[in-house]
Design a protein around this ligand. Structure first.
Ligand SMILES: O=C(O)CCC(=O)C(=O)O
Ligand SMILES: [Fe+2]
Length: 265
């Protein structure tokens, strides 16, 4: 099933006048993340549940996006044109991605969504963030890897998506499991998924058009949200001479307090 964006989304922004901007760089620049009304958050939540993902459209300021694209191009060039991933805010210090992870409004929205999803009051833990840059001959190894995330909510910020050749769509089987009450239950799910046989079956099933995941064609400038913990997902590859780059912001590890998890680490 492929869902055109237009069908899934209304514009989730509220008029800028109804709330103060989150981080105003100066009065004429857009905020790093737009203020969202409660109704917008409700609509996003419904979209994620119904379609597998929700989109906050046109919310990355164009100048910030352009600067991020330059940053990624330099990082990939410095890495010999090969895949790389940078984890944590310090690895992207001084960039929009670092500022976004510190944005009070972005955190508020992600917390609110997780609160609705779990029916609990969610702690203000902040994000686990990663910048992925798929490129070069080694990029293929990082495609079609189907997994569950360890965090309830995944916010995906596309930075560069190839305009020619395969764009590297996000594939997902949305919301196929609940948030497990125990870490052991979570581990069992992961064992069932993260093994050679399951991975081969899923990849072949998708390529042979037997399995029909939701395919998300991403556009830089928008932010995509889905239940990463509950959804089996992976990305398609792109050509080795192109760069497909996405920033992931993961929110709320439901097993953060598990002593088994701590013992196994
Ligand atoms: O880059 C993508 O499209 C998805 C990456 C992902 O699912 C992850 O890093 O957890
Ligand atoms: Fe993921």
């Amino acid at each position: 099933m492929s869902i055109p964006l237009e069908e899934t989304n209304v514009l989730y922004r509220v008029p800028a006048s109804s709330a103060a901007p989150d981080v105003a760089v100066n009065a004429t620049e857009p905020p790093l993340f737009p203020p969202l009304s409660d109704a917008s958050i409700d609509a996003l939540f419904a979209d994620i549940n119904r379609n597998g993902f929700g989109v906050i459209r046109d919310c990355v300021p164009p100048a910030q996006l352009a600067a991020m694209q330059d940053f990624v191009q330099r990082q990939v060039a410095d890495n010999g044109g090969q895949y790389l991933s940078l984890a944590g805010p310090d690895s992207v210090s001084g960039t929009y991605l670092q500022a976004l992870s510190a944005s009070a409004e972005f955190r508020r929205v992600c917390r609110a969504l997780c609160g609705k999803a779990t029916g609990t009051i969610v702690p203000d833990t902040g994000f686990y963030q990663v910048l992925r840059c798929l490129s070069g001959t080694k990029g293929a190894r990082h495609s079609y890897f189907f997994h569950f995330d360890s965090f309830v909510l995944t916010a995906l910020v596309p930075i560069l998506i190839p305009a020619e050749g395969p764009p590297g769509d996000l594939l997902m089987f949305p919301n196929v499991r609940p948030v497990r009450s125990s870490y052991v239950g979570n581990l069992l799910d992961k064992l069932l998924l993260d093994n050679k046989l399951t991975q081969i079956l899923l990849k072949r099933g998708v390529l042979a058009n037997i399995l029909h995941p939701v395919k998300v064609r991403m556009d830089p400038g928008h932010i995509y949200l889905f239940w990463g913990y509950r959804s089996v997902h992976a990305n398609e590859p792109c050509e080795p001479d192109k760069i497909r780059s996405t920033a992931l912001f993961h929110y709320l590890n439901p097993h953060a307090g598990s002593s088994l998890r701590r013992a196994l680490r």
